[in-house]
Every structure is written in C-alpha cells, then in structure tokens.
Design a protein around this ligand. Sequence first.
Ligand code: ATP
Length: 403
Amino acid sequence: MGLSDPPPEAVRRIGVFGGTFDPIHRGHIEIARFALGEAKLDLVLMIPAGQPWLREDQPIASPEQRLRMTELAVASEDGLEVSDVDVVREGETYSIDTLNDLRAEYGPSTEFVLILGADSALQTDRWNRADELSSMCKIFVIGRPGEDWQAELPESHPAHDATFIEGPMLDISATELRRQLAAGEDVSDSVSSAVERYIRQNRLYGVKKEGEMVQTASGSDRLLERAKELGALQFGDFTLSSGQKSTYYFDGRQLSLDPEGSSIISQLFLEKILDAGCEAVGGPTVAAVPIVGALMLRAWHEEEAITGFFVRPEAKGHGMGRQVEGNVKPGMKVAVFDDTVSTGGSLLEAIDAVQAFGCEVALVLCVLDRHQGGSDEVKRRGLSFVSFWEATPEGEVKVTQPE
Ligand code: ATP
C-alpha cells in the first residue's frame, strides 16, 4: 500500500512530527498541514523534543516553553494536535521511544507516518536504533530549501524507502528566526501572533521586553505624549474642583483607561515596585482600580509574584467591613500609589489605612506630582517616593529626572 492510499477501515493514520520547535514557525505548520492532506493522515501530532541530542547547541527555550508555543501555534489548526510524550519522558529524546510511547497510547491498529524535513531525514542514519524505524512507521520526507534530497540513498539508510514530496518549500528556520528576534526584526510572516506574543512576554531569544522600545528610558516621555494626544493633559486657564487656579489640567482616568496609557503606567510602576521588593501594590479608589488591574495582568504575564489591593475612603458598612480590599495580608511589604499627588489627601489616607492594617509601606508612587505638599509630606514620613512627571514652578508638566 502506497502512502497516498487510504488506510483500511478502523485503521487510524497518524502523522508524527517531532522537532525542537525553538521556536515553532510557519515552516513547521505548513509542512504539517501539507503532510496531513498529502499522506491522507487522520491527524498530525506535533511533538516538541524534551532533550534533542543531535544538535550542537541546546535549545534556548525550556521544554515546557517549547510545548506551550507549540500549543499556541496549533490552537486553531484543524487536524494538528500537540503531544507531550517527549517532554514528559526523562532523558534524551529518541524518535524510536516516541514511536513506542505512541504505539502504547494509540494501540496496534494505528499506522504511524514519521514526518521529516529533508535535512532531518538525511541524518536518520545517525539516529539511535535507526534500524528499528522501518518496523514502526512509514517515513514521509518534505523538501526544504537548500537541502538536496538524494533519492539514491544506500539501501541501508533508514530513509531509503521514504516517500519524498517537495511540499511548500518555505525558507524559514528557527535559527534565522532567533537571530531576527534578537535583532528586533519583524518576524510576523514567520511565526503566529500568539507565539510571537509568548516569546515577547517571556523575553525568549534575546527579545526586548514587551513594548520596551517605547517604555523604558523614554517610557515617561511617551506617557506624557500619550496624555496630550488623549486630551488627558491640557494646558490653559483652569479652575480645579478645589477652587484653585491652574495652568494645566490632568485627568488620570483618561490615561489609565487607555490601552497604551495603561500598558506604560503598569510597566513603569511594576519595575519600581519589584525593585523595592514589594509583595503587594494598591492605592485609593477610584484612581487605583484600573491601574491595579493592569499591574496584576502584567505581573501574571511576567510571572511576578505580587498581589493587588485598593483602599476605600472609609471602611464598608457591610460585609467584612474592610477598608483595604484584596489579597494583601498584614506584615506584607507594599507599594501605595495614586495617579496624581496634590496635597496628598487620599494618598496619605490610603498610606495610613494600610499601615493600620499591618503592612510596611516600602514605596509610594504616582504618575504626576503637582508639588502642592503631598510628596513633601510622604518624604517627611521617611517613605521613598517616585513620580514619573512633575509640575514645574512655571506651571508646566515635565518628566521627572532621576535624582
Ligand atoms: P533550527 O534552525 O534550530 O535547527 P528548524 O527550523 O530546523 O530549527 P526543527 O525544530 O529543528 O526546526 O525542525 C523540526 C522538523 O521540521 C525537522 O524535521 C526539520 O527538517 C523540519 N523543518 C523545519 N523547518 C522546515 C522548513 N522550512 N521546511 C521543511 N522542513 C522544515
């Protein structure tokens, strides 16, 4: 029976496609899809190697990270599934063990078709127990740019009887992709957006942090620019709710409820909070609520163990009657923030409340320090204070320079 003939009833034909997948790319997905149709497979199992042994360099991403990227890459692909057999098995990854494990899992009536790129197929004579391969599976080889498939392999070669089909011939390799990622080049044609996001969130392959280009040295600058774009920061003659006159007006909510504003604020804050060794972060309602939400999401993606809270103006009259809401516990080292600090009223009340709750306030933060006494009082109490912008005596708003 040739590879393109359908298998008898009840026999499942499963494609076995292993790889380092460091990271998984469009070349992999396209050949898996191609093999699915061309070799009439019921399904293709994408199988990241736990410990590939034939490579000169060990993978950069961990087996679990490569498994996760593979899951993300095939999530919306019909007929492609992920198997963790090679990640959970201890020791070096040999395809013969993969096939044995799959045989145990899928039973005797399943036919396995090993899918290999031309470069890998040519190397099968170096594989462990390669002589057993022919009794375990058929081999389906797909062409790869730059690889010359020699149909005349010696009879003793494990890929001698393989079916070869040129296939999509995409010039993509994980090695080149890793170089492009480290160089900050656009890889959107070669990896799925979900995989690219995962790589950035986990800072794999030397990529900069998510959005780092706009959010580190120039993060506060970009935030200021964004506030002006949104109209969250305006200059003119304003009368504030306190009755005071001001040459500028800042609406922190407009900025913290904007996707880019929220992303930059959470990144700037999180770096400082982690540097100060805080275990929890929060501030007075309402300003703190969207920012705590953004901070928790970022902390989750960056795998930082930190928790959030907010402080009500006064203890609730019902329920547990808590003024400090969230997972924060007495004894924790915390950061307290507000979006704007003027005389410091709500911020100082929040600081008092968390201290009364039994927490140590290790850092106080804000986006804008209006220099109207609040920050001086915080410092007078011996607390570290960070602002990202400040009002100047001339009534302008500028990025705070590091002291
Ligand atoms: P690296 O550059 O790190 O060696 P890679 O891009 O070759 O990685 P692997 O995970 O090592 O990716 O490859 C898994 C399997 O996919 C191998 O059989 C390989 O031959 C095949 N393969 C990878 N990319 C292509 C491609 N563009 N065309 C055909 N086959 C490919």
